[in-house]
Design a protein around this ligand. Structure first.
Ligand code: BTN
Length: 278
């Protein structure tokens, strides 16, 4: 899907490639920002419309789940946030993250010909390496309803495996390192916007939730495998069984009890060839 010889990162370039009506209208492209989620929240609170994309070539304070940093080196990926004003109960906002994971699989598959996998809840993996993370944040308005949601997506595009910081070198990857395909940043944004719009607009959402969650479940690579469930102050071994209709992960503990996890962290042991142990 390379349509240019140079990878100019600008709103005008995204605009040329967009095929959407809502998502990416407008698209804001920044060279550097602290965090696109922070910037998008500011803009949303000032009234930015449903579908606005805030994208950056570099983040100085990229945020991940569980208050972690998300490494966002300059020119190596795209860090973006989509502002959504969803008509859905607050309790279901987690669904946005899960559905966005499916948007990412469709986008990456279209761009590279390879469909990656999902590590519940919000990570996209290929060859046992994390390519992309998703962080959804929302603001609660009057009546306890979501005023807006900001879906933040960080995708590594160009790093080689050895380029990553030592702490994440054995588990991080990029589109180039794992698929060999070099995708221009604005082609990626336009393609993402198209898949986002198909799933979240045109009256499809939220009626399509069941079907999209079914596709989510199909992509979770560790069902039937041994995992470690990590709580705030404990960790316990279990077998991952399934994803239920609410997007919860069902696991069987060693004593045979079944647990439905809403959020949290699962750790999986990968062999060097990217296959899962256990
Ligand atoms: C995770 O891996 O835990 C989630 C990472 C989410 C990173 C993206 S990059 C764009 C947006 N801005 C942020 O500060 N975080 C998200």
């Amino acid at each position: 899907m390379m349509s240019d010889l140079t990878d100019i990162f600008s709103a005008a370039e995204v605009e040329k490639k967009l095929t959407t009506r809502v998502i990416g209208r407008p698209a804001i492209c920044l060279d550097t920002v602290d965090s696109t989620n922070i910037r998008a929240r500011q803009l949303a609170s000032e009234g930015a419309p449903h579908g606005t994309i805030v994208a950056a070539a570099h983040q100085t304070a990229g945020r991940g789940r569980l208050a972690r940093r998300f490494e966002s080196p300059e020119g190596q990926g795209v860090y973006l946030s989509v502002i959504l004003r969803p008509e859905m109960p607050l309790a279901e906002l987690n669904t946005l993250t899960l559905m966005t994971a499916v948007v990412m699989l469709d986008t990456i598959e279209e761009l590279t010909g390879i469909r990656p996998f999902i590590k519940w809840t919000n990570d996209i993996y290929l060859n046992g390496r994390k390519l992309c993370g998703i962080l959804t944040e929302c603001s609660v308005g009057e009546g306890g309803k979501a005023e807006y949601a900001v879906v933040g997506i960080g995708l590594n595009l160009y790093q080689q495996r050895e380029d990553f910081a030592e702490e994440i070198r054995s588990i991080a990857g990029s589109l180039v390192s794992e698929t060999g395909v070099h995708v221009f940043r604005t082609d990626y944004i336009a393609c993402l916007a198209k898949h986002f719009e198909r799933i979240f607009c045109d009256g499809a959402f939220p009626e399509n939730k069941k079907e999209v969650l079914h596709r989510y479940r199909e992509a979770v690579f560790f069902l039937g495998k041994k995992v470690e469930v990590r709580g705030y102050d404990n960790a316990w071994p279990a077998v991952a069984l399934d994803i239920d209709e609410e997007g919860r992960l069902l696991v069987r503990a060693e004593d045979g009890s079944i647990h439905a996890l809403n959020s949290g962290e699962i750790s999986i042991r990968f062999r060097p060839d990217g296959e899962i142990e256990g």
